[in-house]
Design a protein around this ligand. Structure first.
Ligand code: SAH
Ligand code: SF4
Ligand code: F3S
Length: 439
């Protein structure tokens, strides 16, 4: 049997796409190899969100080239966002690559491989349809991704995603409920809905289908067996009251919201074309907390967007203080090909960006530590994932707020248990299984 190995880069969308790539490869008779060394097909599912992602990938591709020099029978396949962004030059720059495809074209991969291994060299296929109906090889038993839409209709000045993932397409709500029910029947208890902008879901389906993200949350909440629903990422501009109400009303929807802010300065937000102001974002946070008081809030922040001044960066710090996030992904702005921001002449100096990110990371960590410390003494519902990776004598799982917990006691993977939190850091919680104890 020929074997494949998939190396995945990038976001959860790519992790999920890799599950489909694996499912497809297995459906045409390939088996999974434990390491790239044992594989006949070396598949890379790539990301290009920041320059660092490109650099890491190129290093991996050079390893693949060396492997192919040792064993010319190996086939190198490159999928994903970087591949799409490089489609005009990929085969010239990386002539050892046998097949490349973009994120909208996973379904074609099986055809190429099925054609008796005769891969049309240099073939590039760009997006033409949706990968929702492909076979799936899931990574995890009790948690699953559910891709509700592809692409993005936003036009954030720094972002390459719309040019590599195309316009937004929502899947039909009936298909999604069917897929969620099938996953639940297969033992899945937690669903993470995926889309570049999940809460604009359904708009492109009108007038044929009238639906919305709020309606979808309610429909998925009603699927028996699904105990937890998460989603990523919503856009603040589409975070309407109906979505907040649906979150508050739906028992399965977790008390956690990842709400990317990007900057705390209204001027920078405008230059980024985020279409909301600092004030509107803060008002939104207030509305959400009014309705769901214990909600954990996380975010994405970029420092050093072209033209960002010291004072504007300070605005980001004060916004972080005002919101008090549970966690934040922080990024140094990275110019991306074809984006408007990359063409600007007022790029921020590297040293300035470095200094800003360090200050931001420290602040984010302080808030994370404080938010986690406040949970010590409480009892949290945890979905058990199995033994801890660092200490197999304890179990690990996640709270509804998506916080990692290591805890003592006996439980089986896939169970929902009550864990009493006994200690915390900015990154994790520690606890003990058992009934609530009076404090
Ligand atoms: N569609 C999602 C995720 C986009 S990519 C969303 O809009 O939230 C994830 C994060 O990467 C973004 O939220 C942004 O903070 C960051 N990012 C995107 N492009 C970037 C760039 N050119 N430089 C630095 N960070 C970037
Ligand atoms: Fe990129 Fe903005 Fe779309 Fe997110 S919403 S994928 S940041 S263009
Ligand atoms: Fe995701 Fe990277 Fe593509 S973040 S959408 S895999 S560019």
């Amino acid at each position: 049997m020929k074997r494949y190995h998939v190396t995945t880069f990038g976001c959860q969308m790519n992790v999920h796409d890799s599950e489909r790539i694996k499912g497809l490869l297995e459906s045409v008779g390939l088996g999974e190899a434990a390491t790239p060394d044992d594989a006949d097909f070396l598949v890379f599912n790539t990301c290009t969100i920041r320059e660092k992602a490109d650099e890491r990938l190129v290093a991996h591709l050079m390893d693949a080239r060396a492997a192919k020099q040792r064993d010319p029978g190996k086939v190198v396949v490159v999928g994903g966002c970087w591949s799409e962004s490089m489609k005009d030059e990929l085969f010239d720059q990386f002539p050892f690559v046998d097949l490349a495809f973009g994120p909208g074209n996973i379904h074609r991969l099986g055809d190429f491989i099925q054609a008796g291994g005769e891969i049309p060299r240099g073939h590039f296929s760009t997006f033409d349809s949706f990968a929702g109906d492909l076979p799936l090889k899931r990574d995890r038993d009790y948690q699953a991704w559910l891709q509700i839409s592809t692409g993005c209709n936003c036009n954030c000045a720094y972002c390459i995603v719309p040019s590599v993932r195309g316009r937004e397409h929502s899947r039909h709500p009936d298909d999604l409920v069917r897929e969620a029910s099938a996953l639940a029947a297969d033992g899945v208890r937690e669903l993470t809905l995926l889309g570049q902008n999940v809460n604009s879901y359904g708009r492109d389906l009108r007038p044929a289908v009238t639906t919305s993200f709020a309606a979808l949350l309610r429909a998925l909440d009603a699927v028996p067996g699904i105990e937890r629903i998460r989603f990523t990422s919503p856009h603040p501009k589409d975070m309407r009251d109906d979505v907040i109400e649906a979150m508050a009303d739906s028992p399965a929807v977790c008390e956690h919201l990842h709400l990317p802010v990007q900057s705390g300065s209204t001027r920078v937000l405008k230059a980024m074309r985020r279409t909301y102001s600092r004030e509107r974002y803060l008002t939104l946070v207030e509305r959400i907390r009014d309705r769901i008081p214990d909600i954990a809030l996380t975010t994405d922040i970029i420092v050093g967007f072209p033209g960002e001044t010291d004072a504007e960066f300070e605005d980001t710090l004060t916004l972080v203080d005002e919101v008090g996030y549970d966690h934040a992904f922080t990024f140094v702005y990275s110019p991306r090909r074809g984006t408007d921001a990359a063409r600007r002449e007022d790029q921020v100096a590297e040293e300035v960006k470095k200094e800003r990110i360090q200050r931001l990371v420290d602040l984010v960590q302080a808030h994370a530590a404080r938010r986690n410390a406040a949970l010590v003494g409480t009892v949290q519902e945890v979905l058990v994932e199995g033994p801890s990776r660092t200490d197999p004598s304890v179990l690990r799982g996640r709270t509804r707020a998506n916080k990692a917990v290591n805890f003592g006691g006996e439980a089986t993977a896939g169970e929902l248990v009550d864990v009493r939190i006994t200690a915390s850091t900015s990154q994790t919680l520690a606890g003990q299984l058992g009934a609530p104890v009076a404090v």
